[in-house]
Ligand binder design. Structure first.
Ligand code: ASP
Length: 315
């Protein structure tokens, strides 16, 4: 039986130890550990990589600390619009959603699109209608409300009312302090099949209708048994322009680089050159794992069948 591995992230960004309380740090680490436990249990029972990443993401989406599902950030209009994607590296099947509202677990909707829609990507109302038809669980607006996300949004929601220069300055300050809380998981199962999944509320105060990198196949999420499974987190726009996840796959396929080498080039050279702050997690079909980021921190964790297990936050 081949080595099996699960890797997760809970977002990257300006996460510094000095700005964190002990309680909050413990809560984040516990949240990551719970997600690893749920996803790893699937692999341990001989389950598929696709089901393992789903299980891990559901736990993170249900945890208000992470910017996905329940803890999603507020858009410019003061609502939550969520994006998610899942990809099966064995078949290259994929499912994505963008701009959905009131869906408890957007990753379940993405998986349903992959399995039962004949499409890859649904957005907005069409995606919500499909969710209702397929019996995907919905929640009222209150379920997604969290005071700290609301306060984060309130601090910048009026930023367009300032004069342009001031706006820039203010936004720059805020961007410097930005924290991304998207969640992601990649897995390699005992049969050497790999999968990737990502789920997010996007970025605080994002424009209505804005779609980030997370649900875009080949950008925030990608899996291919021949190369790697990748889930990204960070400032979505540069990741989109860098075609980040697929670039890692291409470096492995065409330049025969290792997972670690390929991810390092994309995160620490290409993205950095584009001011693309963030990071990514990856596995290959031999169960090798990598977690690489160019920001101050990335909530992350991994567990494998060789008994290695870790959760971490800072560099
Ligand atoms: N990449 C996400 C986005 O731009 C944000 C994040 O990773 O937290 O929507």
């Amino acid at each position: 039986m081949a080595k099996y591995t699960l890797v997760i992230h809970g977002g990257a960004g300006t996460i510094r130890k000095r700005e964190m309380t002990e309680e909050l740090e413990a809560a984040y680490l516990e949240g990551l550990d719970n997600a690893l436990t749920a996803g790893y249990a699937v692999l341990d029972k001989g389950g598929t990589a696709v089901n393992a990443v789903r299980a891990a993401i559901v736990v993170l989406e249900d945890n208000i600390l992470f910017n996905a599902g329940r803890g999603s950030v507020f858009t410019k209009k003061g609502v939550q619009e969520m994006d998610a994607a899942i990809m099966d590296g064995a078949t290259l099947n994929a499912g994505s959603v963008a701009g959905v509202r009131n869906i408890r677990n957007p990753i379940e909707l993405a998986a349903e699109i992959m399995r039962n829609s004949n499409h890859v990507f649904l957005s907005g109302k069409g995606a919500n209608d499909f969710a209702i038809k397929q019996g995907i669980k919905l929640e009222p607006d209150e379920y997604f409300f969290s005071q700290f996300r609301y306060d984060q949004w309130k601090a910048i929601r009026d930023s367009d009312n300032y004069s342009l220069d001031h706006t820039h300055q203010r936004l720059e300050e805020l961007m410097r302090d930005k924290k991304f809380g998207t969640v992601g998981a990649v897995a390699c199962d005992a049969n050497g099949n790999i999968a990737a999944a990502t789920s997010t509320g996007g970025m605080t105060n994002k424009k209505y209708g804005r779609i980030g990198d997370s649900p875009l196949i080949g950008i925030g999420t990608y899996a291919n048994n021949r190369t790697c499974a990748i889930s990204c987190t960070g400032h979505g726009e540069p990741f989109i322009r860098a075609v980040a996840a697929y670039d890692v796959s291409c470096l492995m396929e065409y330049k025969v680089l290792s997972l670690h080498e390929a991810m390092n080039i994309v995160v620490n050279e290409k993205l950095l050159d584009m001011e693309g702050e963030g990071g990514m997690i990856g596995v290959d079909a031999e169960g090798n794992a990598a977690m690489i980021f160019n920001s101050a921190g990335m909530y992350r964790g991994m567990r494998n069948s060789e008994g290695e297990s870790e959760v971490a936050i800072y560099k």
